[in-house]
Ligand binder design. Structure first.
Ligand code: ATP
Length: 337
């Protein structure tokens, strides 16, 4: 059986940036078979489900997904569930990788080269919420388990080793949250001890936030519970030059889900002006970390770097001289070498 990639454009600019990434894929890895599937708000309006069973099955069968973005209504709609959340749960992608590397654009900070690895299945995001005291008290349960911490920690150290990274910083607030973050810290340190070639250190989340602002170049890889990783990776993305440049990859055991950090950007959809870089770099992450296609991944990353360094860019980076999505993608393609 060949290598299959389930491609879901979704809504809004997903329909522009994902075809751009697929255009690049056809050049660097023509052996990958693209399987197109549907999800999102538009799909919900037409089929009554934002993530049809057929799409879920294709995603599971392929084991690798490139997802654009899905629109969410700003009001509750009966039967509508955000497709990406269901997809992540179904695929059990428990480690979310969000790298920030310096790219040659005026909005980025030089010297930053870090990866936030965020536990993706538990913590305060498990949805155990309720009220007490006649609605005057809101309670959200924070759950940390040994099993989930162990698997995300192991994945982090394996990635560190494979990527030639030298340090993992474990982020927590174990000084206050003794039972939950205390367990995360303990288990992560235990796992880290089995990787003596990688330096392990730890920081309280507030101190990590301070250093993320003051000197992000001190970080190599960060291993965090769900909530802290959500916040710290957005802070890191600001150093990367903006949403149009921020890629992500969620990994499970033998499955991967690549998606740009940004949403479907309805304000600029359909105008051929969206920046496809985040989607293109998400694809590179998938090629590297899921399929081990390092050469193809480096080819893409270098082409993006060369294109931006030569001053070619979309309007979100710099309005003057901005290229359309298609023209920028063609430039990246030309630079693939
Ligand atoms: P959603 O509800 O899907 O998250 P949103 O518009 O609230 O959509 P984003 O899609 O993340 O959130 O967009 C936030 C802002 O960043 C918007 O002004 C959008 O135009 C801009 N933006 C996001 N992604 C890109 C991109 N790839 N290229 C250019 N601008 C972008």
């Amino acid at each position: 059986m060949g290598v299959n990639l389930c491609v879901i454009e979704g809504d809004g600019i997903g329909r522009e940036i994902i075809p751009a990434a697929v255009q690049i894929l056809h050049v660097v890895a023509p052996q990958v078979n693209v399987v197109v599937a549907e999800a999102g708000w538009d799909t919900f309006e037409r089929q009554g489900s934002a993530l049809p069973d057929e799409t879920m099955q294709l995603a599971v069968d392929c084991g690798a997904v490139l997802f654009g973005a899905a629109a969410s209504p700003s009001y509750p709609v009966d039967g509508y569930a955000v497709p990406i959340v269901r997809l992540r749960r179904q695929l059990q992608t428990y480690a979310s990788l969000r790298p920030t590397n310096y790219l040659p654009v005026p909005t980025a900070r030089d010297g930053v080269d870090l990866i936030v690895v965020r536990e993706n299945t538990e913590d305060l995001y498990i949805g155990h919420e309720y009220t007490a005291d006649n609605g005057h008290t809101g309670i959200s349960e924070k759950v940390i388990t040994r099993r989930a911490t162990e698997r995300v920690a192991r994945k982090t150290y394996e990635l560190a080793r494979a990527a030639g990274r030298h340090k993992v910083t474990i982020v927590h607030k174990a000084s206050v949250l003794l039972q939950s973050d205390g367990l995360f810290r303990k288990v992560a340190l235990e796992v880290g001890a089995a990787y003596p070639d990688i330096l392990t250190d730890e920081l309280l989340v507030d101190t990590a936030a301070y250093w993320m602002v003051k000197d992000p170049s001190r970080f190599d890889m960060l291993l965090t519970p769900n909530l802290y990783g959500d916040i710290l990776s957005d802070m890191a993305a600001a150093w990367g030059g903006g949403l149009g440049l921020a890629p992500s990859l969620s990994l499970g055991d033998g499955v991967a889900l690549a998606e740009p950090v940004h949403g479907c950007a309805p304000d600029i959809a359909g105008q051929n002006i969206a920046n496809p870089t985040a989607a293109i770099l998400s694809l590179a992450l998938l090629l590297r970390h899921h399929w081990g296609m390092h050469e193809a991944a480096s080819q893409i990353e270098n082409a993006v770097r060369v294109t931006l360094a030569a001053g070619f860019h979309t309007a979100d980076i710099h309005f003057d001289g901005a290229l359309s999505t298609q023209a920028y993608t063609d430039r990246v393609c030309m630079n693939l070498g």
